[in-house]
Design a protein around this ligand. Structure first.
Ligand SMILES: Cc1cc2nc3c(=O)[nH]c(=O)nc-3n(C[C@H](O)[C@H](O)[C@H](O)COP(=O)(O)OP(=O)(O)OC[C@H]3O[C@@H](n4cnc5c(N)ncnc54)[C@H](O)[C@@H]3O)c2cc1C
Length: 464
């Protein structure tokens, strides 16, 4: 590790600083369709003191601050649209504490999910949610974006796995939330006095501070796992089934569940088995990844099939073998968004919807296919504890179609809202809709002004 030296002036020490445009090329953008920005300076920080030094320098120069973890997000949060300082936390990657008795692991923000999983494996422990982007994505980025976890009814979302945070605020204060607010108490309880201050920074996309430590709850690695894929003639029946699953609290052992259009089911099965009878495949297919003790997994599997039968559904072994089971076991870590991003550059827009809007959601994507035939459109829904997250995906060639795909995504945003869906994450892309949120966006704005009166932290990332 290189030593901190006074690279920022006035005694502000950071071990690595880039100002050369070539060195800063990799800091212009994440993996999204959102336009790149141009930083003035990149500070690759190694510890809390260096974060505070970088924040102090930005305050001194009245420059914006953007924060970067792994840069794998597809929402543009790290893109320094207003220029200024990019704080790269990727080098803060240590496990700070493993407390098996309290069931908590405390990590620095730059640790990669894959490294954390490997660290926990010998202890028979895991964390609730691991992204497909796990080898490169950082825990700090995932928590700050809170974009992960759609599809994990058991855990709900990435933010729901967080027991507490340590954050450097825009004025340089070091804040610890939850039980760690009390000196010496450490991280074990998310809540303390008053509202959930931990939650203020989850999904904040660096607009309220730089996260410097994260406490995550631990879960034992399940002793048994299984998948089941269940097909339905139509989307409406599948929506009713998914609502019934949630109503019956049949999600406690579901680490991941998703729904796939018939066209995707046929394509996956055909790719795996040229002789498959494609006409026999369902119009819509759901998939559940179950984990727990063997009896619980077997029991839930049987109950899911029984409940599905009431809605005209039946097991679809062909899709499970060709795709869902392989996705869950072979190709990815425990959590993923259907493997799309391993295949192509794609623009993604996420929304939330109640199960009874599933048919409208799929119809909306069909409408986009008709209006924007140049892009192969994909739709994927994942199950939450209540309702669904629906991802609309437009595959495009980044070299030729970056400008062209933007209006298609804007159209998708309007069409989704018209279909009864709600913006979820990616505020830069949903900005026109977020501004219409009245009291909600006004309150966000007031919080932002209170903590960051000069508006230097990640301008644009709240969509305000
Ligand atoms: C709507 C949506 C849904 C997604 N769903 C899935 C999914 O289902 N499965 C999957 O595998 N992936 C999913 N992703 C992608 C996944 O969320 C990202 O790959 C991963 O979480 C980002 O980690 P990162 O370290 O690369 O973050 P980055 O891209 O580096 O940063 C993400 C955000 O966090 C901020 N940030 C980073 N570090 C800090 C810090 N230390 N302090 C404060 N702010 C910080 C950044 O400024 C940025 O706003 C989804 C993304 C989106 C937009």
């Amino acid at each position: 590790m290189s030593a901190s030296i006074d690279r920022l002036g006035d005694g502000l020490a950071v071990s690595t600083v880039f100002t050369d445009p070539v060195d800063m090329l990799a800091y212009r953008r994440d993996c999204s369709v959102v336009r790149p920005g141009d930083p003035d300076l990149v500070a690759r920080v190694r510890d809390v003191a260096e974060v505070q030094a970088a924040v102090a320098r930005a305050a001194r120069e009245r420059q914006p601050v953007y924060v970067r973890g792994g840069g794998t997000m597809y929402a543009g949060g790290i893109n320094p649209h207003a220029g200024g300082v990019v704080v790269d936390t990727g080098g803060m990657d240590r496990v700070l504490e493993l407390d098996l008795a309290r069931g908590v692991v405390v990590v620095e923000p730059g640790i990669r999910f894959a490294a954390l999983i490997e660290f926990l494996r010998p202890h028979g422990q895991t964390i609730g949610i691991v992204p497909l982007t796990g080898p490169a994505a950082t825990v700090g980025g995932a928590v700050s974006a809170h974009a992960l976890g759609s599809g994990s009814p058991r855990q709900q979302g990435m933010g729901d796995c967080v027991a507490g945070l340590e954050v450097v605020l825009p004025d340089g204060t070091l804040l610890r939330t939850g039980s760690a607010a009390a000196d010496g108490a450490g991280f074990f309880q998310r809540y303390c006095i008053g509202p959930d201050l931990t939650g203020l920074f989850i999904g904040a996309d660096a607009t309220f501070g730089v996260v410097t430590a994260i406490a995550l709850w631990l879960y034992p690695v399940p002793s048994s796992r299984d998948t089941v894929s269940i097909g339905f003639a139509g989307v409406a029946e599948a929506g009713r089934f998914l609502a019934a699953v949630q109503g019956a609290e049949l999600t406690r052992n579901t680490w991941y569940a998703a729904g796939y259009e018939g066209s995707a089911v046929r394509a996956r099965v055909a790719a795996a088995d040229a002789a498959a009878d494609l006409d026999a495949l369902p119009g819509f297919c759901t998939g559940f990844d179950l984990g727990g003790d063997a009896a619980a997994v077997a029991g839930d599997r049987a109950r899911l099939l029984e409940l599905a039968a009431h809605h005209g559904g039946r097991e679809c072994r062909a899709f499970d073998a060709a795709y869902f089971r392989r996705l869950r076991y072979d190709e990815t870590y425990w959590y993923s968004y259907a493997g799309y991003f391993t295949r192509s550059r794609c623009a993604i827009l996420m929304s939330s919807l109640p199960c009874d809007r599933l048919e409208a959601f799929v119809a909306t994507v069909d409408g986009l296919r008709g209006r924007w035939p140049d892009y192969p459109w994909g739709a994927a829904v994942v199950l939450c504890r209540r309702g669904l997250h629906g991802g609309v995906l437009a595959f495009y060639d980044e070299r030729t179609a970056w400008d062209a795909v933007t209006p298609a995504i804007d159209d998708a945003a309007d069409a989704l809202v018209a279909a009864g869906c709600v913006p979820y994450k990616s505020a830069k892309q949903w900005a026109p809709q977020v501004r219409g949120f009245g009291a909600y966006s006004a309150t966000l704005g007031k919080l932002k002004s209170a903590l960051d009166p000069d508006g230097l932290f990640a301008p644009g990332n709240l969509g305000l």
